[in-house]
Design a protein around this ligand. Sequence first.
Ligand SMILES: [Zn+2]
Length: 55
Amino acid sequence: MSEELQADLDSGRVVLGGCVIGPDFEPNRHCNECLYEWETANPDSGEYVGYDEEE
Ligand SMILES: [Zn+2]
């Protein structure tokens, strides 16, 4: 896990969320600050989604 992600977790900026991007990528963590989404088990293989969640 990167230091940045750990910092996000520690500061509470990370929330549960995310959507299915691919068959093998089902992020269940999302950082509101840098729009990074990842799987709890694979924090280093997430993606910066960069979308606005408001429709
Ligand atoms: Zn972040």
